[in-house]
Design a binder for this molecule. Structure first.
Ligand SMILES: C[S@@+](CC[C@H](N)C(=O)[O-])C[C@H]1O[C@@H](n2cnc3c(N)ncnc32)[C@H](O)[C@@H]1O
Length: 194
């Protein structure tokens, strides 16, 4: 089976081009993009959150899946990456791009306010998990990727990834699936608890 997603977002090639030119080294995987688009489409009128916009690749996939009433907030702390995302995506009224440090931003947000969270940076993934999990509604989806070991991982990264997976599995208020596919992914749905 050819499992590459078909009909990528029309803006994706231009973002990819600018990302390569700027030397952006952490682009979201193409296959993951197709999955994010499906999950975004499952939340009509939903409030979606991406932590770590980068240059906007995953945001483009999420927006492609979202309906007209849905809204995406995407946070990026590094201006040169955010500028590329803004160049290509700021015309979409369903998107709010925030130039902020996600760690401090989480604390000011109301609990249970998001239907889907793509945690694609340190905050809410390897650190500050509880602060981000708190923002998810019951039934909401939490997605992380880049769990596949890489040669350039810093020392201790494999243990950090394992700890994240273990703590997700240990929760009484989550159902978790691990996908050894694309960049290796985990998806958790928030439940009312057992
Ligand atoms: C893996 S990359 C994101 C890739 C992006 N989602 C994509 O689709 O290509 C992680 C991003 O998180 C950003 N980041 C790291 N720490 C952050 C923080 N504390 N607050 C906001 N953004 C942060 C980095 O600058 C980087 O652009």
């Amino acid at each position: 089976m050819d499992d590459d997603p078909i009909r990528p977002p029309s803006v994706l090639a231009a973002i990819w081009h600018d990302s390569q030119k700027a030397g952006f080294n952490f682009p979201s995987d193409y296959k993951l993009g197709g999955l994010l688009r499906v999950l975004a489409a499952s939340k009509p009128g939903g409030r979606l959150l991406e932590v770590g916009t980068g240059t906007g690749l995953a945001a483009a996939w999420l927006l492609d899946g979202m309906d007209a009433r849905a809204h995406l907030v995407s946070i990026e702390a590094e201006g040169r990456w955010a500028a590329i995302a803004a160049k290509h995506l700021r015309g979409d009224p369903r998107l709010t791009l925030l130039d902020a440090d996600a760690f401090s931003w989480f604390g000011g947000q109301p609990a249970a306010s998001y239907d889907l969270v793509f945690a694609d940076a340190m905050p809410g993934k390897f650190d500050g998990f509880e602060a981000l999990w708190r923002l998810l509604k019951p039934g909401g989806l939490y997605i992380i990727d880049d769990l596949m070991p890489k040669d350039d991982w810093p020392p201790g990264q494999a243990a950090r990834v394992q700890a994240v997976l273990d703590q997700l599995d240990a929760r009484s208020d989550a159902q978790v699936a691990r996908l050894a596919w694309s960049s290796d992914i985990a998806i958790a749905a928030k439940t009312e608890g057992r």
